[in-house]
Design a protein around this ligand. Structure first.
Ligand SMILES: [Ca+2]
Ligand SMILES: [Ca+2]
Length: 200
């Protein structure tokens, strides 16, 4: 009987760790990994900026000697889902800042506590994402979102979806909104303060 009890204990401990991990606070203000992504094949075939990993970490979009660096073009209606590495909670005002490079292409933002969803669409949507980040040679732009806009209390996964819906699909080399980074602007007092608030 002892092995059976050990197994039950181990299973319970595993569940406890899984729950604790899910509710852990975000320790970085920026996305720590890509949970999943989808970009239309025809956009991938034509786009220059195809690496979803470019959306992880601090905003770093820039204009190099030949082409831009630091972002992923989402393609026609495409998206990247990012893991913040822990939960953020709704705070007064905006909670998430999305960095969208070069132009002012709109994005739609969905959030969830689980990588498997369900995801909730935040407001605003289908609005330009183009506030300029000072000192970035007009390359880094941003827009912000409030969890309260959709009555969301906590979130860990952030899905950023192209809302440009370019009228001639798969016809450009940087089609769709150009996602650079996602920043958590605040962390719940209940869950502790962020260690890395980054540029505000
Ligand atoms: Ca808020
Ligand atoms: Ca980036």
């Amino acid at each position: 009987m002892k092995p059976a009890r050990t197994f039950v204990f181990a299973k319970s401990l595993s569940s406890l760790y899984a729950f604790a991990s899910l509710r852990a606070r975000a320790t970085s203000a920026y996305a720590t990994s890509v949970a999943e992504w989808w970009i239309p094949a025809s956009s991938l075939a034509g786009n220059t900026y195809n690496d979803p990993q470019e959306a992880v970490g601090r905003p770093d979009a820039a204009l190099g000697s030949v082409e831009y660096t630091g972002f992923v073009s989402l393609g026609f209606g495409g998206h990247v889902t990012l893991d913040l590495g822990g939960c953020i909670a709704d705070q007064p005002g905006n909670d998430l800042r999305v960095y969208q490079a070069v132009s002012t292409e709109p994005v739609s933002v969905y959030v969830s506590q689980s990588a498997d969803g369900p995801f909730t669409l935040l407001k605003p949507f289908f609005e330009d994402c183009g506030n300029r980040v000072p000192g970035t040679a007009n390359v880094q732009k941003y827009c912000e979102f409030d969890l309260a806009s959709a009555s969301v209390a906590e979130a860990r996964y952030v899905r950023v979806e192209d809302a440009e819906i370019y009228p001639c699909p798969c016809g450009t080399t940087s089609e769709g909104a150009d996602l650079d980074a996602v920043q958590a602007l605040a962390v719940s007092d209940k869950l502790g303060a962020s260690d890395d608030t980054g540029p505000r």
